[in-house]
Design a protein around this ligand. Sequence first.
Ligand code: IPE
Ligand code: IPE
Ligand code: MG
Length: 253
Amino acid sequence: MSLDPIIATGNAAREPLRVPVHMGVIMDGNGRWAKARGKRRTEGHIEGVKSLRNLVELCITHGVAHLTVFSFSSENWSRPREEIAFIFNLLRRFVASDLQRLIRNNVRVRIIGTRAGLEPSLLRLIDDVEAKTAGNTGLVLVVAFNYGGKAEIADATRRIAVEVAAGRLLPEQITEQTIEAALYTAGLPDPDLIVRTSGEQRISNFLLWQAAYSELVFVDENWPDFNEASFMRVLETFTRRERRFGGIEAASS
Ligand code: IPE
Ligand code: IPE
Ligand code: MG
């Protein structure tokens, strides 16, 4: 289990902030943000992309190594067709408009989720952005798109079952590591912090396996309103949390 780095905030008088190695974000509340302003839901999604761009910069500045954002869930298929099409186009536009900036900022992009059923042109785009940023060594930006935690675990189980059926793996050889290696997030550390905006307090099928020991922080702002001050407040909350991993308080040991 890796320990989170403690970094100075630049203000020597303040407590140093603990920065997560891997931060997950459930970017929720775009629709409510728009509704509160008499706008269409789609306008909330556009503003949400601006917040995401801003968050990427904040993670780079503050030294978060991995950022996973939930951008479209397997359950979001139940939304109106036009809204789904809009969100898909927004992903295309984000890649087109931000790819050069991501490369310049040394960001490595990884897209996790179910690929089956996605349009071939979208799949090419996903492969392209991953390939063009594969050599980058800075922030790892993981975009959970068409992602569901249960689907991910089912996919992993299927892959392991294929190995067992082929005689390459014995059932008694299956460990937590076998499952981890078969998940979409293979090779990534588990998120130490998961943030959800918009006041909802649930996981909604995000990183189910990986969230086993994540600190959960729920904030009231809708995603388009999440800014640098919100980010710093989240880090302050995370810094105050005592992570025990089933053990006892550090002071009692
Ligand atoms: C999050 O905002 C974006 C996606 C789920 C794609 P919502 O669209 O869920 O906004 P609310 O929760 O309806 O306000
Ligand atoms: C979770 O938000 C999914 C994303 C942010 C992409 P939802 O808005 O889909 O979640 P529920 O329906 O409120 O649980
Ligand atoms: Mg929502």
